[in-house]
Write a protein that binds this ligand. Structure first.
Ligand code: GH3
Ligand code: MG
Ligand code: MG
Ligand code: MG
Length: 310
């Protein structure tokens, strides 16, 4: 950290870098027509183990962003104001401030220019040449902010007890998928049988252990499908592109696997069965499929539980 001012700063930056660059290197894209500007960014960023991408034109920058999802920061030389405003505004149609930081930079210091680019969608603005310490602190702040939003987003979409996606995420994800598919799709509601009895007999913690074990089974069985903890002891699975017979076989197999679980809770073995309501349809909307699956679930319960109805 040559050039940095004191031990406190070095400690601050070291901790941030350690945390942010722990699992993956963070990509920074530099867009400038001027070789010297690109070089100046490059020298400094590479010293801190960022992965650097260079673009001379906006088109090159767009292509690099599409091809490299490790890029979290784009630094744009605002030498050519109109081109740069357009480039930033175009980027903001695709990437929100929560996904991508865009930094304007200019050799001509002017408050007007900074305000202009921030209004276009830039996250921050630097005057060149950099004060390296300030530059790095601000870069870290942007990365932290992106990291925080990602954490908040994940928390909002995850069921706390089981770690499965929650109902909110399920609707969001399935609705995003649907238009792309024209073949049949399946939706199943999986409801634990007499679950209240487990709580009443062994206590709420035992009930929680059962929920976690069933959730773990679902997560391994349906790694690539949309699944969710839908409510209390109810789970949901959405399978795009699946034939009717395959959907039925898949759910019957799941029903048997849950019934075969031996769940250890403080040296007591807990068993549970499920009733599954299944529907298979062409391009039906998710609400319609849910209400059909729910009606089928009702039949499975009335039919004696531990079974699939479709
Ligand atoms: P059925 O076979 O008809 O579905 O009967 P059931 O007992 O499974 O259904 P019911 O709706 O009567 O009871 C569901 C129970 O699930 C009641 C509720 O206390 C319990 N429950 C909901 N969420 C949780 C949870 O997070 N942990 C625990 N331990 N229990 C929960
Ligand atoms: Mg139940
Ligand atoms: Mg019930
Ligand atoms: Mg229920």
């Amino acid at each position: 950290y040559v050039g940095l001012e004191n031990a406190q700063t070095i400690d601050y930056l070291y901790r941030l870098l350690l945390r942010l660059n722990k699992n993956k290197r963070i990509g920074v894209l530099v867009l400038s027509e001027i070789r010297r500007t690109r070089q100046e960014c490059k020298n400094w960023l590479q010293r801190h183990s960022f992965r650097l991408y260079e673009a001379i034109t906006p088109d090159q920058a767009h292509a690099l962003l599409l091809a490299n999802n490790d890029i979290q920061i784009v630094m744009v030389d605002t030498n050519y104001e109109d081109t740069c405003s357009r480039f930033i505004a175009d980027l903001r149609k695709v990437y929100t401030k929560d996904d991508l930081a865009i930094v304007g930079m200019s050799h001509k210091p002017s408050n007007f220019v900074a305000a202009h680019f921030i209004k276009c969608g830039a996250t921050d603005f630097f005057t060149l040449p950099f004060n390296h310490e300030e530059f790095l602190c601000r870069v870290m702040q942007m990365l932290e902010s992106i990291e925080h939003v990602a954490l908040i987003r994940k928390t909002a979409n995850t069921d706390y007890l089981t770690g499965l996606p929650n109902r909110r995420h399920f609707f969001f994800s399935v609705n995003k998928r649907q238009p792309a598919h024209i073949s049949t799709q399946a939706l199943a509601i999986i409801d634990l049988d007499h679950f209240k009895h487990i709580n009443d007999t062994y206590g709420h913690d035992a009930g929680d252990a059962v929920l976690k074990n069933v959730a773990r089974l679902l997560a391994t069985e349906f790694e690539h499908a949309d699944i969710a903890r839908f409510g209390g002891e109810e789970f949901c699975v959405y399978l795009p592109d699946i034939a009717v017979d395959d959907a039925i076989a898949t759910m019957q197999s799941l029903c048997q696997k849950v019934a075969a679980l031996h769940i250890d809770f403080n040296n007591t073995v807990l068993r549970v069965t499920t009733s599954i309501g299944l529907t298979v349809a062409y391009n039906s909307n998710i609400e319609a499929m849910l209400s059909k699956a729910d009606a089928m679930l009702y039949e499975a319960k009335n039919g004696g539980r531990n079974q699939v109805r479709y």
